[in-house]
Design a protein around this ligand. Structure first.
Ligand code: G3I
Length: 459
């Protein structure tokens, strides 16, 4: 706890003394060297070492109230539509950067960072792209990424290189698109490699929706990112869009899902957050999401998908932080409060140590629960609890049911021998005080039968 407070104080001092994010943000009430609550979303997020952004529509920049809220509250922007393929290259080889430039210039003049959205996406794709054969399509994709990233080279903090490449539902398959259908699934890594070669300073993200909790779609993305990291495909971050409503609620495993991705060695960004609803219920959901991000050290920032309810793509669901009259909603206050009092988990400064601490004592127990299941698979969690003495490491053996196997496991290190999977702690979750607990989770394919959980040991 002492270390956490020290870190938070140090972060706030650093920000107050002039990091770029804090310099950008109006309304910060902290005095030099103190750790007062900040008065705006951007300033409060900066004190947590994060950014707080919004989607921006170029044609709203003429509206005074819109611009006032934008400039006061946010320190990152994402052009809502102006950097999509149909906006930038409506006909082959003919680029129009005008509208997007206006947003980028607005942001740069106020030291706001810019997220680029998006280079390769099946939607808002001009019809000429879909009519190309494979060879020409590959050339067109290469040219598009190259021209667009070169235009803003050094000015975009993170790019959504590929957007929404996976199908909804439980198949875990790639979505059909001209890219997928003509170039094959390899188009995704091709896009990332081209992007890295054009602007090595930009963070390269994969961005998708309905991947905010642990489910078959997010696990398919997880497996892709894991494979990319293993093979050296350049990927730096995963964007979780965060479009929530009653059909797609904020689930209890939101934070856990972010954690498993972070454990792969990528940053996390909440890229298009909006939550339909109103009043305290909406506020509570926003609180869950922001807390979830702050609890994960690699979650580097949050973008809401618009400034005001009246211009939201889901306007009737009033999903944003400011109402149609630019009044702050309860959700705004909840978010600001969380950012001001929020988690003390520091953002990454160096990679975590890879070897567990030596020694081990005490005893532990392990219990299994099913988190969610579908035909032919499930997600499960094992809770590891220390006995009456502290432990510094733990091992849990699982015997998998016939025909089933683990396809992804997070918050633990596992080895497989036949049907036996041995799970040991990660470097950061081996030490448990007496009676304290931690969890590891996994995805199983091949059936729904639960594994037999063997005795937890601390040797
Ligand atoms: O600007 C034209 C206007 O001139 C015309 O009269 C009008 C007629 O339909 O269309 C206007 O363009 C619309 C544009 O939004 C600007 O408002 C498009 O029709 C409309 O399709 C477009 O919708 C956007 C949508 O992406 C397209 O897929 C939304 O604004 C935008 O919020 C939404 O954002 C996506 C993210 O990029 C990816 N993730 C999901 C998210 C929500 O769908």
């Amino acid at each position: 706890m002492g270390m956490q407070v020290l870190w938070r104080t140090a972060m706030r001092k650093a920000v107050v003394l002039g990091t770029a994010g804090a310099m950008a943000v109006g309304g910060m009430v902290a005095m030099a060297g103190t750790a007062e609550a900040a008065g705006t979303l951007g300033a409060a997020a900066a004190q947590q070492g994060r950014y707080f952004g919004t989607a921006v529509a170029n044609n709203r920049l003429a509206e005074t109230d819109y611009v006032n809220v934008l400039n006061t509250e946010f320190n990152s922007v994402t052009p809502e539509n102006e950097m999509k393929w149909d906006a930038l290259e409506p006909s082959r080889g003919s680029f129009n950067f005008t509208n997007a430039d206006k947003i980028v210039n607005h942001a740069k003049a106020r030291n706001m960072q810019v997220r680029g959205h998006t280079l390769v996406w099946h939607s808002q794709l001009p019809s000429w792209v879909g009519s190309l054969g494979a060879d020409e399509l590959r050339k067109a994709m290469t040219t598009h990424i190259t021209e667009v990233m070169t235009h803003w080279k050094g000015q975009i903090a993170a790019w959504d290189v590929v957007n929404e490449a996976f199908q909804d539902g439980t198949s875990g398959a790639r979505r059909n698109s001209p890219f997928q259908d003509k170039l094959g699934a390899g188009y995704i890594e091709e896009a990332f490699r081209i992007a890295r070669s054009v602007d090595p300073a930009a963070k390269l993200c994969y961005n998708d929706y309905n991947t905010d909790g642990i489910n078959a779609k997010s696990t398919a993305v997880y497996n892709m990112v894991k494979d990319f990291k293993a093979r050296g495909v350049p990927i730096d971050c995963v964007g979780f869009q965060g479009h929530f409503n009653s059909n797609s609620p904020v689930t209890a495993d939101f934070q856990q899902n972010l954690e498993r991705f972070a454990a792969l060695g990528v940053d996390i960004q909440i890229t298009e957050l909006d939550i339909e609803g109103s009043g305290s219920e909406q506020a509570a959901n926003y609180e869950k999401v922001v807390k979830g991000c702050l609890a994960v050290s690699r979650c580097t920032g949050i973008t809401v998908w618009g400034v005001t309810d009246k211009y939201s793509w889901r306007s009737s669901g009033t999903p944003l932080l400011f109402d149609g009259n630019y009044q702050k909603k309860p959700a705004y206050t909840a978010v600001l409060d969380v950012l001001n009092g929020g988690s003390t988990t520091p953002p990454p400064t160096s990679p975590p140590p890879t070897t567990p601490p030596p020694g081990g004592s005490g005893s532990c127990t392990a219990t299994f629960r099913t988190d969610s299941s579908w035909s032919g698979g499930y997600n499960g969690t094992v809770t590891v609890k220390a006995g009456s003495s502290a432990v510094t490491r733990w091992t849990v053996p699982l015997t998998m049911a016939s025909g089933t196997s683990i396809t992804a496991l997070w918050n633990g290190v596992h080895t497989t021998s036949g049907s036996t999977v041995t799970v040991k702690n990660q470097s950061w979750n081996g030490s448990l005080a007496a009676g304290a607990s931690t969890t590891f989770s996994f995805t199983v394919n091949g059936g729904n039968a639960a594994p037999a959980v063997g005795a937890c040991s601390t040797s």
